[in-house]
Design a protein. Sequence first.
Lengths: 301, 279, 333
Amino acid sequence: MSEADARVLRGGSRVGTRSVWGRWGLRGVALFYLAALLIVPVGMIFYEAFKDGLGPPIEAITSPDGLHAFWLTLVCVGIAVPLNTVFGVITAIVLVRHRFRGKAVVNSLIDLPFAISPVVIGLALILIYGQDGWVGGTLEEWGIQVIFSTPGMVLATIFVSLPFVVREVMPVLQEIGTDQEQAAETLGASRWQTFWRVTLPAIRWGVAYGVVLATARALGEFGAVSVVSGKISGQTETLPLFVENEYTNFNLAGAYAAAILLAILALIVLFSMNLLRRNPEVEEGAAVFDPAATNVTEKEA
Amino acid sequence: MAAADTAVAKPPRAGLRVPLGGEALTRGVSLTWLSVIVLIPIAAVVSRSLDEGFAEFWAAISEPEAWAAIKLTVISSLIVVAINAVMGTLIAWVLVRDEFRGKGVVNSLIDLPFALPTIVAGLTLLALYGSDSPIGVEAAYTKVAVVLALLFVTLPFVVRAVQPVLMEIDEEMEEAAASLGAPNHRIFRSIILPNLTPAVIAGCALAFARAIGEFGSLVLLTGNIPFDTQVASVYIFGRIESDNVTGAAAVSVLLLAISVAILFALNLFGRWRSRHERG
Amino acid sequence: MDKPKGIEVSNVTKRFGSFVALDDVSIDVPAGGLTALLGPSGSGKSTLLRVIAGLEQPDEGTVVISGEDTTAVRVQDRNVGFVFQHYAAFKHMTVFDNVAFGLRIRGEGNGKIRERVGQLIELVHLQGFEKRFPNQLSGGQRQRMALARALAVEPKVLLLDEPFGALDAKVRQELRTWLRRLHDEVHVTTIFVTHDQEEAMEVAEQIVVMNDGRIEQSGGPRDLYEDPASEFVMSFVGPAHRLGDAWVRPHDVEIRHRPNGQTVEALIDRVVHLGFEVRVELTLADGEKFSVQLTREQVDELELGDGQIVFVRPRAARTFSVDGDRPREPEVV
C-alpha cells in the first residue's frame, strides 16, 4: 500500500490536535452537553413510561383514542410521503436537467417549508380551505371538509415533508451527469426506459434517504396539524397531538406511552439514516440543506 | 460553420426528458404541485394580513402582547444561535478529530432532534427539567425553558454544517503551518477557523430560521405565559383560536419575512462564495 | 575547521500498525547538498522525509540535524522548510500573507516582513501576484509560492515531498531546472522525494534509492547508473533487461547477423524509430521480450527490419547474487 494510505489507516498525523489533556477536556464538554440536552432527557421518558411496568403504557396506547391516533398518523404519512416522493423526483429532474428562467424562485419555494413556523402553515391552510377560505366554502358545498378533518391534516403533512426528497435527489442527479442517460438513448432506449432503467436506479439511494427524512418529518409534525385539526380526540388527533392531549389531561401514562412509540420510531429513522449514509451517493449535507447545493441556475447539467 | 457558432461553444443540451409527454408537461406538473401546496397557501397568509389595511397590520404587530412574544422569540433565538456557534463547532470538532468508543452512536444521535417530534422533545426536557426534576433543576415555565427547547431543536444545524468542512480541510495546510513554527492554538486560529467560518455562518442562519418558528417543543415546557414565556408561534396559535385571524396573519408575515430574509441572505452568501471560490 | 554537519538519520524504523514503512534506515545528507530520495510508491521515501521534518515520530532510531539530536523535537521547533506535493497553500490568505506567515509567527516587524517577503517573491518570480489568492494561480505558481513561504524563515533544511508531481510535464521540467539554480543561489541543505528517476538524475547531487522501507543504494547519479548494487537499483534507475540471468542496458547490446559463440538468437518484432535513436524490439529464444537501443546509422548499416532473425551480444552485463548483495564483477566483453 502507499505510505499515504498507511497513514490514513493509522489516523493521520493531525498536527492541529491538542494535547491529550486538551482532547479529553473538549470531548468531555461535548459529551456533557449532549448528555444534558439530549441523551438524559430522552432516557428520562423511557424511564417515566416504564417505571410502573409494561402494563400502563401498553394500556394507554391501545385505548381507542390511542389506536385511532396511531392510525391517523399512518394515514397522513402514508399519503404525504409517497406523493412527495413522486413529485420530489420529478421536481428534482426539472431543476437539474431542464433550463428555464425562474429556477431561483422554484428553489426558494422548495425551501420555504424549512423556513416557516408550523403554526403559520396551519394558518395558511385554514385561510385557503377553511369555511371562509379561498376555496373552503366551495368545497364545503360539495361536502368536502378539509379543516378539522383528515384531508387538512394530510395537506399539512405534505407541506412540511415536501423538500426532503427533492433536496436529496438533486445533488445525486448533478453528480451522475447525463452521460449514462445519453448512452442509453444512443442504444435505443425510449425516454421512459431510460428513466426507469438508468436514471431511477442511479438515484435510488438519494431517494431512499430523502424518503427516510420525509417520513421522520411527517411522523413528527405537530404545529401545523395542531392548528388544522381542531384536536378533536378520537377523530382528528395524530400521535403527536395525542401526546399533548394526554399530558394536558394529566394522563401521563398515555402521554409517555405515545412519546415512547414516537421516540422508538425516531430511533429507527436514525438507524436507517446511518445505514444509508454509508452509501457514497447519499449527500449528507443536504439534510441540513446547503444553500450552495441549490445554486442550480449556475450549475446546469 | 458560421463564426458565431464557434465563438461561444454551447454546452451540450442536457435535457433528460422525463417521459411524461414532454418537458413542458413535467415542468407544469412540478410547478402546479409546488403552487398548490406551498405558494398559494403562503400567499393567502400575506394577503390576509393586509386585508384590513396596513394600519391594522402594524397595530397587530405592535400590540403589546404580540410585541412581547416577538421580542422573546428573536432574543432567545439569537442567544441560542450564539451558543450553537460555539458548541456546534466544538461538537463537530470532537466528532471529526477525536476517536473514542461509541463515537458512531454519538454521531447518529446528533440527528435526533431532526427525527424526534417536537412535542416529544418538549416532553423529554420537561421530564428532566420540569417541576419534579430529579436533578433539582426546575427550568420549566421560565424564559430559560425557551432557550433550552430551542437548543434542543437547533442542535444539528451547526454541527452538520461544520462536519463536512472540517473533514475536507487539507491536513497538509496544518502541517505546513506547523513546519513554519505555528503552535497548535495558532494553527486553529489562523488556519482552521477561517476555513470553518462560512459553514458556521450557514449553520447559524438555518438554526435561527428554525428557532424563530419553533412551536411543538415549547407548548408544554414554557407554560406559554403571555408577556413572559409566550413565543411568537404560540401567540399566533392563540390568535387563531380566538378568531383574531388578522392578528395571527400579521405576526406570521413578520416571522416569515425574517426567515425569508435570512435564507435569501444565506443564498446570496453561498453564490458570492462560489463565485469567489477560494478553492 | 569543522565542516558544518548536514543530516544524520540513524537506524530509523517506523511502523503504521502492521505496515513497516521504514526498516532500520540510516542515511547521511551532507550540509548544503541537494539529495534525492528515489523509489517507487510505498518505498518509504515520503515517510523518511516526514520523519526528518518531525511530522512523523520514528518508533526507533534518531535524527540529528546540524549536530543536534532532534528526534524528540516538535516540528514547530525544528526550523525545517517543507514543501508539499499539493502545495498546501493557505487558500484563505493572499500570496503575500502565505509567504509572510512564518515571519508573522515569529513576531517580526511589518517593515522587516515586507522587505523579506518582497525579496522572496522576486526570487521565485511572482512579482505582481502578492495580492492574489492561491486559487487564482497556476499549479507551478502555487508551488513557487510554497517554496518562497518555506524559505522565508531561513530554514536549516529544505524538504520537498514530490514537489512537481502534480504539475504538467513542461512545467515540471522548468521547475526542475529552476530548483537546481535556486539551490546554487541559496545553498540550503535540500532533500527532495521523487519516484521519477530522470528527475533525480537531473537535479540531485546525491541519490538515495529506496525500496520496501529500506535503502538500496546511495550515491551520485553516475555511480548508481553504472555501478548498481542490486537488480532493483539497476532496473529502477535506468532501462534494463534480463539476458539469461544477467542484466543488460539496451544501449550496451550489439546486434549481428551471424552468431559468434557469445551471441543469443532473437527475432525482431519491431523496429521503432524514435527520432535519433532507434529501439529494436526482439523476442529471445526462451520467449522473453528484449529491446536494444541503436543509432539510426547502425540500424541502416545493418539493414534491420521486422521479422528478421538476428544475434545479440551484450557488451557489458551485470549479474547479482540471489539475495541482491554484492554483484559479481561485471563481464565486460
